[in-house]
Every structure is written in C-alpha cells, then in structure tokens.
Design a protein around this ligand. Sequence first.
Ligand code: NA7
Length: 545
Amino acid sequence: MTQLITETQIIDDKDLDYDVIVIGAGISGLYQLYKLRELGLRVKVLEAGTGVGGTWYWNRYPGARFDSESYSYGYSFSDELLKEWDWHEHFASQPEILKYLQYVSEKFDLEKDIQFSSRVKSTIFNDDQRIWTTTLENGDFFISRFLISAVGILSEPTLPKVDGIESFKGRSFHTSRWPHEPIDLNDKKIAVIGTGASGVQTIQEVCKVAGNLTVFQRRPNWCAPLHNGTIPKDEMEEIRSSYKNIFQRCWDTVGGFLHTMDSRGTFEVSEKEREDFWEHLYQSRGFGIWQGNFKDMLIDPEANKLMSEFVANKIRSRVSNPKTAEKLIPKDHGFGTRRVPLETHYFESYNRDNVELIDLTETPILSITADGLKTTDREFEFDIIIYATGFNAITGSFDKIDIEGMNGLKLKNQWEKDLETFLGLQVSNFPNMFMVLGPHALLGNNPRSIEYNVEWITETINYMRNNSYTRAEATAEAVQTWADYVAEQGEHLLSNKVDSWMTGINTNVEGKNKRILARYSGTAQSYRKRCDEVAQSGYKELNLS
Ligand code: NA7
C-alpha cells in the first residue's frame, strides 16, 4: 500500500519545469547541455556569472592561460568545430579561451537554455515525488527530475585568514575574481600573495609593468618552463589534420594529457642519459617534465629527490641572488608532488630591480592595513593587493550550495564525515544527482575527463528514460568499493603524502587541515573501464527504480 501511494505521488515528467537542471555554464555545463538536448530533454543551465566560460570566465587575471596544449584542451566532439576554430598559441591565454567557449556556445545555440546571473542557493530532493527543487538566491525555483552539478573543482576562491582585509583603501582582487574592466597596473605598488599556478602566472606578467612588485610567498612550488609559442596558420593546419591522433593520444595516456610517463625507471639509465633526458624535458613544451618523466619519478622518493635536485639547480642558475634562489626552491616536497606551475621567465622576474620576494615563513603577515600590509618585520604600502591564494578545492563549490538529499541529509555534512562518491559521478543518499568532475572522479587534462563524464551521465539518463526509471541512487556498497579503490590507487603516489589542494588542505578554510584523498589518482584507463562496466551491467550499482 505504501508502495502504491508513493508510486502515485511520483510527479509526471510533463509536470516538471525541466527534466534536468545543470548548475554551471563552464566547459562541463556547456557540453552537458549539448548532450542532453540531443536526447530531446528539457534542460536549464543556471550560471552565477553573466556569461559562459566557468573557470575561464572568472579567472581574468593578467597572464592567465592554459598549461595544457590548447589543441588537447578544446572539445573533441564536433568535427565542424575542430575545422572552424584556430588556436593562436600553443598555450592559449584566457581571452582567447573565453572567446572559444563563447564561440562554442553561439555555434550550438546554447545560451537560450542558460540563465545567467543566477546563483543557486539550495537544492532539495523530494523522494516521494522524485524531484529536485532548486532555488536561486533571488527566490526563484525550478523543479526537475535530475540535477547535474557542473560547478568545477577550483571555483570557490579563498582569502587568507588575516585581519584587516576590509580595511585596505587601495584596490584588491582575488585572481579568480579579477574585474572585467581593465585595471591600470602601470607604475603601481603591487603585492601578490601566493605562489601557486595562478600566482606564478600573475607575477611574471605584472612585474613587467608594476612600479614595485612585492611577492609574499609562504611555500614555493616547483615550476618548470612552459615554452609557449604562437601557432602560425600552416602549423594550425597541421594540427587540424592531426586532431584524430591528438585526441587518441590523450585517450591513451594515464592523465588525458599529450604527455605520458616514460617506460624507463630513473635508475635504469646511465647518469648521462638521465641528465640528457631531463635537460630535454626542461627545454620541451608543457607538462612533459611532470607527466612524461621517468615512470618512477612520482612514486620513488630517491628518483624524485634526484629530479628535484636537477630542477633546483636550474632555479639556482636562473636567479641572480643566491639567497633568493634558495627561497624559491621548495624544501618540503619533491618535484611534481604538487601541481607544477608552468612559467615563462618567472624566475628571472626576481632578477628585476622592481621585484622583491618576502618569505612568509620567516616574517608572517600580521594584518592587512589601510595602506598595505604588515608583517612581523615591516610595514608595506601598496596601491593594489592581489590575492593568488587559491580555492576551497573540489568540495568548496558544493559546500556553498545547501544540497539536501534523503531524510533531510545535507551533502556538506555527509562529506565532512566521509568524502565518498561512486566514481565521482554520484553520491548515495542523493538520488538523481549526478556530478561532472565530482570528488574522486578522473581529473588530469580536465576537458578530456569532462567529456567522458558528461557522456556517461547522458547515457545513464537515456537508459533510465528508455526503461521508465525515475530514480537512481548509488548503493552504499558501490560507494564503499569505489572509496577503497581510490585509496588503493592513491597509496603509492608521493603527491598524496604532501599538503596541497589535491589532498584537501586549505589553511584558510575551517576544517580543511587534515589530509584526505580528494581526487582519484589511478589511471584514466582503469577509471573508464570501471564506469563502462557499470553501464554495461545495466547500472546495477545505481539501484534504478
Ligand atoms: P594554489 O595552487 O592553491 O596556490 C595558492 C597559493 O596561495 C599557495 O602558494 C599558498 O601557499 C598561498 N596561500 C594560501 N593561503 C595563504 C595565506 N593565508 N598566506 C599566504 N599565502 C597563502 O592556487 P592557485 O590559484 O595558484 O592554483 C590552483 C590551481 O588552478 C592550480 O593547481 C592549477 O590546477 C590551476 P601554500 O602553498 O599553501 O603555503
């Protein structure tokens, strides 16, 4: 009887506002919309920004650009798009990337189903009716069968936990909240706090025009040369004719990059061969030095130590002041165990007269003041403060939304206890919610992972509709098995033994001080194999009904 009542309460598809609500209009959300439309579904994408682009809409700081080769990062799904779009740099800058995503959106007429300036405040699942009710900050709400988060893994910026941030009289910006209008940096006294990938890109650009640039560094990162270059028309034609191979290569590598680990071990070659290989990688474009190094470099501490010393010597050779050079060499983690920022004359920035490096481990920041910043050692005056202080990564954008699943359970609370998902795509207790790049999904060269995630989710929804299913919820056993697998795959990696956003650490966020496995760190092949098996078995682990 209960069963019958529950059945009759399930809201009919025609009474829904939409079949699917997608949160976010970045690379994930745009493609998700495109794919769901192919199924003939009614989809609404809710986007907080005023335009498409996600990460590439928000991160407008000077110098923002890809660290993956442009042609390996764009969408692969449309031959027409590949034919039409020309990349102008091997590693495109933010304005070009944003233009690309706007082009995609226009070409496929996506905007008509995207509602901008619409930040989602809450979303609640009703199990009797099998619907999600998603409410915006302005109070508008939408009822849908499915909810798909496409919120990005690095989209919730965090500021340092120091006093006085509000009191600063000059202008200040987080890198990912850079204003849309041009900012005059010429001859200004500028501070950059933070030396991750965003800080490095900002510093090497801003130093060229600033009157004075003071860099506040807590911990240095291992950076390596990007070796960017323009792509002349004829080279672009060559790239275009190789797209099939390019995407096949990305499909075949463990992280979806064009680079993959060398089959040799560090100690299987002579010292000369090793040095020559590293020199070659250091002179080569992109992530090869990180993702295409000896196969044991990110696993074997001794191999990693040797590689780190190689890069340390490069830094020493590029920075004139030996004391500054030592400060720029990481001492608390080995090369490649945190995300490697790729740089262009970053280290040479510190040879300029207008650039000063402040080591916050020696003289921590006490407060931001009306005129600038105060450390334990000095007071500084600035016109502009740039916070390149990172993100509440992976779960931050979920935490920002009040997501309520079965029996009033909040996603935030569930994940605070155990950060667990099924394939990074679903969470138990949150039926009909799918995630693109959720925790423990495949990361790497993200657009490659995004395309795979989006296609898997689309197929799943298609299967449900074809079989008249209206509810999908990952079983607790399936979630546990995936959590165990993620733990096992991550065990041997040195990167999981250091503090970084990849291990869930952010000193500016309450409770994010304990290392966890925030990402899946196995291979793309084993990730996709597992997802494919789930689909082929008729989604048993999703408990469809
Ligand atoms: P990251 O890589 O998280 O870097 C943030 C930087 O800010 C890092 O150097 C931090 O030092 C520093 N930081 C954070 N909080 C503080 C405080 N309170 N005081 C001083 N310094 C601080 O973020 P990014 O935006 O650079 O890059 C994120 C990802 O985007 C990147 O990995 C790419 O995948 C693209 P710490 O190392 O914590 O000592």
